[in-house]
Design a protein around this ligand. Structure first.
Ligand SMILES: *Cc1c(COP(=O)(O)O)cnc(C)c1O
Length: 500
């Protein structure tokens, strides 16, 4: 195939001087001298080095590239903690409406009332889901929401004349939690996990003191387990005057069933791109709004989207605005007001499901995870990949590949790579860190029973194959555009632009 022969070329290598994908219309206004438009000192000495290609070349190039990737629209993607659920196509149509897609972020609020109303209504919905009254949509990702939360915690303590130095995170925490703490200038203190997979309450009591600013917690945890001691945890943390932060990445397990605010959390982040369906995994755009308790609200980022007078009560004098007058605010977290396209999709999702629908999402997510775990047990998989904490799981569960490694001579990584040959994106591997050879599986609510059965059968098949010949899995994958990549080099020495 002629198309496939130059499959490896980059868009720069396809470039030929003078090729274009568009024709600019003739100038129909007087041409101004360049110096009047932009001072020489601000102008480039040379034009930017952009690829020069025709439209068919562009279309083919990016279509080919897209087919070399694995995506949710192609197959099952049980990547634990990431909630790779189906993204309803209706959301794309709504987000593409001109009034949304072409709205300028610097538009005068008086002429962006619809957009502000959507943001305000989304804030109200998220506040209800979190069980906390005030929401900021600004943070661009879950980790950005975490940073906002820790900065809010600092502002809260400082406003009360206190300087605290430490933030507690469980040893099961997602890597962004300790990274956030360090970035915000606090010391990370790890809290242990007990034999059942819960926060070790004795360890928490020992470490909770007046130096502690906050405990960051994921509930259900990254082990896919609900913390039965959450009320005691809240009591211990509040008892030393610290705040309780909710990492909302696992909200897909409890949304509409129970609320972090009711559990005693003061600050919550949402990962709209996980729980509320956005295409993600390619690096964005994401969105990590935060919801906070009354006592944290004065410090929220600026500006806040507010409903004025009649508007807030659904009255006829509709008026939504951006409120900059927030003297205790931690300030702005980013340019503009958040990733608006993500807000549109999240709002469409919430409105099309309603409260009962959101609850059903969580119930089916938990049912699917427990079904898949039972199905894997039925297939004999758990003999080699036992459940790390054998109890009822929430929307995801962790298996340990330690016996598989010992008895079948293949590692969790080999299993993951071999799954690619079965047309499945591998689950999360080697996280949480406290489980040896961990495999974190999250099927989500949008998969059929047949898909879950096929996945269980594929894992069983890989184990059977390894019993005969472990080298097959060790050299996998075979059917992907590239084989095993040097992942350490890819992250330590990434080549992210075309070499000259
Ligand atoms: C994904 C995730 C985060 C970080 O969220 P981003 O939106 O990727 O920044 C934090 N905690 C947990 C448990 C997660 O799964």
């Amino acid at each position: 195939m002629i198309g496939a022969a130059d499959d490896e070329l980059t868009i720069y290598e396809r470039s030929r001087p003078g090729r274009r994908a568009f024709v600019a219309p003739a100038l129909d206004v007087p041409e101004a001298p360049l110096d009047e438009l932009l001072p020489t000192s601000l102008r480039r000495a040379e034009p930017p080095r952009l690829p020069e290609v025709s439209e068919p070349e562009i279309v083919r190039h990016y279509n080919r590239l897209s087919k070399r990737n694995f995506d949710l629209d192609t197959g099952f993607y049980p990547l634990g903690s990431c909630t790779m659920k189906h993204n309803p196509k209706l959301h794309e149509r709504v987000a593409a409406l001109s009034g949304h897609a072409h709205l300028h972020p610097l538009q005068d609020p008086r002429r962006a009332q619809g957009a502000l109303e959507l943001m305000w209504r989304l804030q109200q919905a998220l506040a209800e889901i979190a069980g906390l009254p005030h929401v900021s949509l600004q943070p661009s990702a879950g980790s950005h929401g975490e940073l906002a939360g820790v900065l809010l915690t600092r502002a809260f303590h400082e406003d009360h004349g206190e300087v605290r130095t430490k933030v507690l995170t469980p040893d099961t925490a997602h890597g962004t939690n300790p990274a956030t703490v360090t970035m915000a200038g606090y010391e990370v203190v790890k809290v242990g996990t007990d034999a059942d997979g819960n926060v070790d309450l004795d360890d928490l009591r020992a470490k909770a003191d007046a130096e502690v600013a906050c405990l960051m917690l994921t509930n259900p945890s990254t082990l896919g387990l609900f913390e039965p001691g959450i009320e005691q945890i809240a009591e211990i943390v509040h008892g030393v005057g610290a705040t309780l932060y909710y990492d909302g990445a696992n909200l897909n397990a409890i949304m509409g069933v129970c609320r972090p605010g009711d559990m005693g959390f003061d600050i919550v982040h949402f990962n709209l791109h996980k729980t509320f369906t956005q295409p993600h995994g390619g690096g964005g755009p994401g969105s990590g709004p935060i919801a906070v308790a009354e006592r944290i609200a004065p410090y929220l980022p600026r500006p806040q989207v507010v409903g004025r007078d009649g508007a807030a009560n659904g009255g006829s004098e509709a008026g939504y605005d951006l409120d900059y007058d927030r003297p205790k605010s931690i300030g702005r977290l980013r340019g503009m007001h958040g990733n608006y396209g993500v807000f549109v999709r999240a709002y469409a999702y919430i409105r099309s499901l309603g409260a009962a629908g959101l609850r059903e999402v969580s119930e089916v997510a938990v049912l699917n995870a427990n079904y898949l775990l039972a199905r894997l047990r039925h297939e004999g998989v758990l003999e080699y990949l036992p459940s790390a904490y054998p109890r009822l799981c929430m929307h995801e569960f962790v298996l340990s590949g330690a016996p598989m490694k010992r008895e079948l001579q293949i590692r969790t990584l080999d299993l993951a790579k071999r799954l690619l040959d079965h047309g499945v994106h591998p689950p999360t591997v080697y996280f949480p860190l406290i489980v040896e050879e961990a495999l974190l599986i999250e099927p989500t609510e949008t998969e059929t029973r047949e898909t879950l059965d096929r996945f269980a059968a594929a894992v069983a098949e890989i184990l059977r194959e390894a019993r005969d010949d472990p080298s097959v899995a060790r050299s996998a994958p075979y059917r992907t555009p590239v084989r095993r990549l040097d992942e350490a080099a890819a992250s330590r020495r990434p080549v992210i632009r075309q070499p000259r």
